[in-house]
Design a protein around this ligand. Structure first.
Ligand code: ME8
Length: 503
């Protein structure tokens, strides 16, 4: 890995269900970071995909009376098709049933075995079939319920291969204590740190009862426990994503794994431990986001009728408004309620009335008062001061995956630029021939503001911002173009349909 490389991943989705808003949310947030890093000139590799083995998938297939591979093929297609619909710019889509993935999982875990980190033993414990996970005593809710699904756990016993997780207690403590940003934000960091402190127990690495999985090479009557097969996707994909070109040296270790809070233990404890056991370098950061809840603040569920359907938002308002809404309404990292009324309200008040209106007023005035050419004069230092350092602060926030905070910072300038229109009132200046210089300056400053804001907003709303930047004759998206200066002066503004028409 060189220091221009930036490797970012989402969790891979279970194919026993179909895509929902939670999946869209994670993919969009990750995409914003990936696009931003590309703007900064980094060499980005962005991975997403599907998690296809394990008991829940085998069970769902059995319930439908079909082969698990058929179910996986059908649903993986839906997840894959979702990405372009969301304008998500992933560089590869991994499926854990890919032959190449399976072969590499076997190679890595064989090394874990050869390094002496496995043993055969009898496992007995409380198992959640929906998590595909045995729960340890301090996680279990009263009445033997799953802490995530609140559904009944079953008592299971089987002969397994075990992974000696307990021997990684100290290395993991050192990792957490030496690298406070290994897990972000601080709440999940602390949660994972206390889980380690409470004492790590060995975990099962294989299943004997199941055949829907990757075969254990040293004991072919077993398949690997689905979580190890799944976690390894982040590593294996680099080996075969590009035909004839192994990207592992270029991109491993990952810069960011973006995941939801329900899969914290796997990514912050099991994952670094298995990598250490295989002598592989550890990822730099795991960023943990919260959960989207129904508009009533409860878990989204079809039966409660509080589900926000991403496809409905896209049909009614478009992809960019969906992306904007999700990152604007829910502070990334926390939980938040979402609903169609709130989407419409933000669309109207912020996209149509603030950003859209700023853009259309600016273009209309440049066309009306200056024949469409932005005056080539110095921009107003008063507005310039508002943009001072903005680009760097946005970059700093996105370095920490603070996606919503960065958006808020940009949005404050959208509002400031709109106030600037009111303060300068170009329509009044236009009536006074002696104010021509002031009008030139106001128009040049506004054109520059619209341009810079669109460059900064590009990762959030890729297609509207490209349309707008094309219309103002300044299509550059690189990080240099995010500086407020004189780049937008002298350009020609073309007519543009409203980006966010009123509904
Ligand atoms: O957990 N709000 O898959 P998955 C926000 N296959 N995020 C949500 C969400 C919600 N309402 N619901 C789910 C898995 N997510 C495993 C991952 S990775 C090696 C294996 C998030 O399909 C969830 O937290 O259940 C996870 O990050 C992702 O969607 C996929 O969830």
């Amino acid at each position: 890995m060189n220091n221009r490389s930036f490797y970012i991943t989402t969790a891979i989705s279970y194919v026993n269900g179909v895509p929902h808003l939670g999946h869209a949310y994670e993919a969009i947030a990750t995409d914003v970071i990936a696009r931003h890093m590309r703007q900064r000139g980094l060499d980005v590799f962005f991975l997403t995909g599907t998690d296809e083995h394990g008991e829940p998938v085998a069970d769902a297939a059995r319930a439908e009376g079909i082969d698990p591979q058929r179910l996986a093929d059908r649903n993986a297609e839906r997840f894959k098709a979702l990405m372009p619909l969301l304008s998500v710019s992933n560089d590869f889509f991994i499926r854990t049933t890919d032959e190449e993935h399976q072969r590499r999982v076997q190679a890595v875990l064989q090394r874990v075995h050869d390094n002496g980190h496995t043993y055969k033993g009898l496992y007995e414990g409380w198992y959640c079939p929906r998590c595909a996970d045995f729960k340890v005593e301090n996680e279990i809710l009263e009445g033997n319920l799953c802490p995530i699904h609140e559904s009944a756990l079953t008592r299971e016993q089987e002969e397994n291969w075990f992974f000696r997780l307990s021997t990684f207690q100290e290395p993991l403590e050192r990792l957490f204590d030496g690298q406070r940003d290994f897990v972000m934000p601080s709440r999940p960091f602390n949660e994972a740190r206390s889980f380690i402190a409470s004492g790590l127990q060995d975990v099962s690495l294989s299943r004997a009862r199941l055949n829907w999985g990757v075969t254990v090479p040293w004991d072919p009557s077993h398949v690997f426990y689905v979580w190890f097969d799944a976690l390894l996707n982040y590593y294996t994909a680099l080996g075969y994503a590009r035909d004839g070109h192994d990207l592992t040296d270029e991109f491993w270790p990952a810069t960011y794994h973006v995941i939801g809070k329900d899969i914290l233990k796997f990514h912050t404890i099991f994952w670094p431990a298995i990598l250490l056991a295989a002598d592989l370098p550890l990822p730099h950061h795991v960023f943990v986001h919260g959960f989207l809840l129904g508009a009533d603040g409860r878990k989204m569920s079809k039966s409660l009728g509080n589900v926000l359907d991403p496809f409905e938002v896209i049909d009614e308002l478009g992809t960019d408004p969906l992306r904007f809404y999700l990152l604007r309404d829910v502070a990334f990292g926390g939980d938040g309620a979402v609903g169609m009324d709130a989407v419409r309200a933000r669309y109207e008040s912020e996209l149509a009335n603030e950003y859209g209106n700023l853009a259309s007023r600016t273009i209309a005035m440049v066309r009306r008062y200056r024949d469409g050419v932005v005056p080539e004069v110095a921009v107003d230092p008063e507005l310039g001061a508002e943009f001072e350092g903005l680009r760097d602060r946005v970059a700093e926030l996105l370095d920490r995956a603070e996606v919503s905070q960065a958006l808020e910072l940009i949005w404050q300038r959208v509002r400031r630029a709109n106030r600037y229109v009111e303060e300068r009132a170009p329509w009044q200046l236009a009536r006074d021939p002696s104010a021509a210089g002031n009008l030139d300056r106001a128009l040049a400053s506004l054109a520059e503001a619209v341009r810079v804001l669109s460059v900064l907003l590009h990762p959030y709303m890729p297609s509207s911002t490209v349309k707008l930047l094309d219309a103002v004759g300044a299509p550059e998206l690189g990080w240099d173009a995010a500086a407020f200066g004189e780049r937008g002066t002298g350009t020609r503004h073309a007519a543009l349909e409203p980006l966010f028409p009123k509904r």
